[in-house]
Design a protein around this ligand. Sequence first.
Ligand SMILES: CC(C)(COP(=O)(O)OP(=O)(O)OC[C@H]1O[C@@H](n2cnc3c(N)ncnc32)[C@H](O)[C@@H]1OP(=O)(O)O)[C@@H](O)C(=O)NCCC(=O)NCCS
Length: 178
Amino acid sequence: MYIRETTDADLNDILFVEREAFNSNKEAELTKDMLADPSAQPLVSLLAFVENQPAGHILFTKGQLANAKGKVSVSFLAPLAVVPRFQKQGIGGNLIKKGLELLSKSGVELVFVVGHPEYYPRYGFTPAGKLGFEPTYPIPEEVADAWMVQALHPDIIGSVSGKVICCDMLNKPEHWRE
Ligand SMILES: CC(C)(COP(=O)(O)OP(=O)(O)OC[C@H]1O[C@@H](n2cnc3c(N)ncnc32)[C@H](O)[C@@H]1OP(=O)(O)O)[C@@H](O)C(=O)NCCC(=O)NCCS
């Protein structure tokens, strides 16, 4: 298995992975829109390959902390997708780790995700609401822990808080429902 950053030439492979993983065209369309969204830049888009077959994709897009625009560097993880026959082999985890490594090198301080609260804490994410971060759209109370954050800078948690705004293409209420 190897992981590399994507180029424009990888779009079909990315859309294939998204469709297979989610068994739907919705996330593929959203991913395509986000890749072309100027407000999502700079972004990190990675493909994982197994025997030269596209097996997994992860996308991190730029966000903003509303009351601290420009002062804190924020990114959103969405979506993460692994083709079903390649799942449970560590590909999702390796994509997360590689993405966080690249984001950290580029100076990103906070990474947010809305996802499975049993999955993302394995890779360093922790519930964000209790730390003072409000999601772009409200998350129902019963799934509040799905809203998670990971700090890539040691002193950042506790020093900033507020509403987190995602890129324009993700900034629609329908993308914030389960
Ligand atoms: C979630 C997903 C990306 C994980 O990819 P993966 O390559 O299988 O992940 P890893 O191999 O790193 O980790 C697999 C482990 O995560 C667990 N896991 C997978 N999905 C999970 C979920 N929804 N909730 C809790 N645990 C989950 C697996 O049971 C497995 O556990 P094990 O190691 O104890 O066997 C993949 O299952 C997928 O693409 N699912 C469909 C799309 C999706 O839901 N994306 C995430 C949106 S938040």
